[in-house]
Design a protein around this ligand. Structure first.
Ligand SMILES: [Zn+2]
Length: 272
């Protein structure tokens, strides 16, 4: 298990470690992904998730909200949209190799995560971390300016997950989890945050080998693209699909001529 390595330096309470094995090369590990909505995992880290699944890692996806508001269709209901989004996400993650049994739905309403009872929210995320006990945790960052200021669920999911990472390692947070549920404290060794601001991105995964698979998977979230946002339909016109995929290819970040996914990498923060 000694894949991740030695302490390099200590700065302002943060212990920074250097990796022996790059994220995309780890094998047979447990990876836990927290995402605000059922698509940010695919848009932000879908290529990396596909590579991790190919390497026989066990991946769990935790989705904070059911994404039940983002439709302009006057005939849509929240219940129907939640059902559609769940089905789309299961297909999308399935293409990346994640079985639907490994998708954990926390079930909060879209856009309302900041108004959820925060102690309950962090307690729930803490229990998931203590139960899954991941070797690597991926989560959303508050992101760059648009995301940071206009996407409330992204802010809340980012802050809540890191608070839960801290709580998980100290058993005195939510001690009932140990005393009544048998969940032992757990220290997450590695964390990567997708949707980082460009200034804070410090880790890039080459996804050339799975880029088209990622775009296919993202396109399965049909309801999140026009024309289905304005008037729901469950499938694509071929021309619309071709345009959406062309947009994805154009927008996918590149580094040195390769498709990449960017992360902010951090590890082993001492968070007393
Ligand atoms: Zn989102």
């Amino acid at each position: 298990m000694k894949v991740f390595a030695i302490i390099m330096l200590t700065l302002a309470g943060a212990v920074v470690q250097k990796q022996d094995t790059r994220l995309e090369n780890i094998h047979g590990k447990t990876v836990l992904v927290f995402t605000p909505h059922p698509d940010d995992d695919v848009f932000g880290a879908g290529g990396t998730i596909a590579l991790l699944n190919r390497n026989l890692n066990k991946i769990y996806i935790v989705i904070y909200t059911n994404d039940d508001k983002g439709s302009y269709d006057p005939k849509m209901t929240s219940q129907e949209l939640a059902r559609i989004r769940k089905a789309e996400e299961e297909v999308s993650e399935g293409l990346l190799g994640t079985p639907k049994e490994n998708i954990i739905w926390m079930g909060y309403d879209d856009g309302m995560l900041e108004y959820a009872p925060q102690p309950k929210l962090v307690e729930e995320a803490t229990a998931i971390i203590r139960r899954i006990r991941p070797d690597v945790l991926l989560s959303v960052d508050p992101g760059e300016w648009y995301e940071r200021w206009h996407k409330t669920d992204h802010r809340m999911a980012a802050f809540n997950t890191i608070d839960a990472v801290r709580a998980a390692e100290f058993w005195l947070y939510f001690p009932n989890q140990r005393l009544q549920q048998g969940l032992q404290p757990y220290r997450v060794p590695e964390t990567y945050f997708f949707y980082p601001s460009p200034q804070e991105a410090n880790y890039y995964v080459n996804i050339d080998a799975v880029a088209e698979l990622k775009f296919d998977a993202a396109a399965r979230q049909v309801s999140q693209f026009e024309p289905a946002v304005s008037q729901y339909r469950s499938d694509w016109e071929p021309a619309d699909l071709a345009k959406a995929k062309a947009d994805m290819r154009r927008q996918q970040p590149r580094k040195d001529g390769h498709y990449v996914e960017a992360f902010r990498y951090a590890t082993s923060f001492v968070q007393y």
